[in-house]
Design a protein around this ligand. Structure first.
Ligand SMILES: Nc1ncnc2c1ncn2[C@@H]1O[C@H](COP(=O)(O)OP(=O)(O)OP(=O)(O)O)[C@@H](O)[C@H]1O
Ligand SMILES: [Mg+2]
Length: 433
């Protein structure tokens, strides 16, 4: 049996308590730093909170942070247990090991684990900001050891055929959100309308202007050289508020006329000096029009929406990489991807309401986009190969099918109902089984 002087006994007891306090610090820090919301820390850091900024920096490499904190925690726990064993063996002889195990388990569990972690979880951001400066030092001091540990772990796992790809395991926040939303699909959690809105908003960053723009063939525009009365008639007849102005050929857009600007200019001419109704003939669309706004067709919907909001405009002309006119897009078109069809007093809904025929099949316009169809019917047709329903059938058939041809794929039966020249204009679609 070893003996200890009473000084050594008190010294060892004090060291054990000190190590327990350190252990509590590590446990609490681990919980605080992993549970703290990075969003909240970011907003506090932006307001000038130095601790929050440090907490963000230290959690940046979470693998290194966890490695360092666990290393520190284990060193102090094991050292404390060893000291306790020595102390209790000196005091009680053979039974010391058992007593040390009991006492240390209780002390570590209560004071060095549960208590600090419970405290940290009650307000993780504040706790993280407070411990971050010290933990940053610990991480720096332990960096070499943690790197060695990390390499060892990987080497051993590789022996067992497990290859660690640090990035592969990490699910992006977006994927996680999509998972939660679509999970509701099967469990009846998130309603279809809410789901469509949420997924639509999440998808804006992955989708491009060219997918939803109105094709150039459908743009209503005015000829700058047309007679004033003709331009006025055209604006009055149009359902739209803004009409592009072209010169020479329709691809050559030189401006954009807003009905209100036109009204204002004509009002000035008619009611102004030497006015009268005849003065309308003096109307010059060049004077009333504004600069057109051109955007590349490869802009994401997310970027385009921000750009519209920033520029305080709603209307853009879409061009390809050579600057050739492709179509037009408005803010409303992008918002429709989130909330579904928007119509005003003059709009005509372009999404027909789909009603199935008696046999459960739908007659669908070939130009309808797959997304709109999926949205209207709650089907899951893939939209990565083609934009429109006709495009999907052509892609799958590897040819332009003739009227009456039938295909089955993706769990649906497609029948070509009408074809004009090289376009499939109508399809009859029915879910199989
Ligand atoms: N000159 C145009 N030619 C063809 N389609 C247009 C034209 N202007 C707008 N659109 C289409 O009309 C729909 C409604 O768009 P938006 O509400 O921005 O235009 P608006 O109703 O003419 O104008 P506002 O609502 O500002 O009075 C969109 O789908 C857009 O693509
Ligand atoms: Mg409108």
């Amino acid at each position: 049996m070893q003996t200890m002087t009473s000084g050594a006994i008190w010294g060892t007891a004090a060291a054990i308590l000190f190590l327990l306090a350190l252990s509590a610090f590590f446990s609490g820090s681990e919980t605080a730093l992993t549970a703290a919301s990075r969003g909240k820390l970011r907003s506090q850091a932006d307001k000038g909170n130095l601790g929050a900024r440090r907490a963000l920096a230290v959690t940046d490499d979470s693998e290194r942070l966890i490695g360092s904190v666990l290393l520190g925690n284990n060193i102090v726990n094991i050292l404390a247990a060893s000291l306790a064993t020595a102390l209790f063996t000196a005091l009680f002889g053979e039974g010391g090991v058992a007593i040390a195990t009991l006492v240390m388990t209780a002390l570590v569990l209560i004071f060095a684990e549960v208590m600090p972690k419970t405290y940290a979880i009650s307000n993780p951001e504040a706790a993280a900001s407070r411990v971050a400066p010290v933990i940053a030092l610990v991480v720096r001091a332990f960096a070499p050891i943690v790197s060695v540990v990390r390499a060892l772990v990987r080497a051993v796992l590789r022996v067992f055929g497990v290859d660690i790809d640090a990035d592969a395991a990490i699910m992006s926040a977006r994927d996680e959100i999509v998972g939660v939303i679509t999970q509701g699909h099967t469990e009846g959690g998130v309603q279809k309308e809410d789901r469509d809105r949420l997924l639509g908003a999440l998808d804006l960053g992955d989708r491009f202007v060219e997918e939803i723009m109105l094709h150039r063939s459908g743009i209503e525009m005015v000829d700058v050289d047309a007679a004033p009365a003709e331009i006025l008639d055209q604006c009055l007849a149009s359902r739209h508020t803004r009409l592009p102005v072209y010169e020479g050929e329709p691809e050559n857009i030189i401006g954009l006329i807003h009905s209100k600007d036109m009204l204002r200019t004509i009002d000035r001419l008619v009611r102004g000096e030497g006015g009268g109704v005849e003065a309308i003939a003096k109307f010059d669309v060049r004077e009333a029009m504004m600069e057109p706004y051109f955007v590349p067709e490869t802009t994401t919907l997310d970027d385009q929406m921000r750009e519209f909001l920033k520029r305080h405009t709603h209307f853009a002309l879409v061009v390809d990489e050579y600057g050739a006119l492709q179509g037009l897009i408005t803010l409303e078109d992008i918002l429709e991807e989130i909330v579904g069809e928007i119509t005003d007093e003059f709009d005509q809904p372009d999404d027909p309401i789909l009603t199935p025929d008696a046999d459960g099949s739908y007659l669908i316009d070939g130009a309808m986009t797959i997304r709109d169809l999926n949205r209207a019917t709650d089907w899951g047709l893939p939209d990565d190969e083609a934009n429109t329903v006709a495009g999907l059938v052509i892609h799958e058939a590897q040819a332009i099918p003739t009227k009456g041809q039938v295909f089955s794929f993706h769990g649906f039966r497609f029948e070509v109902a009408a074809r004009e020249a090289h376009r499939i204009t109508q399809l009859r679609i029915r879910p199989l089984g």
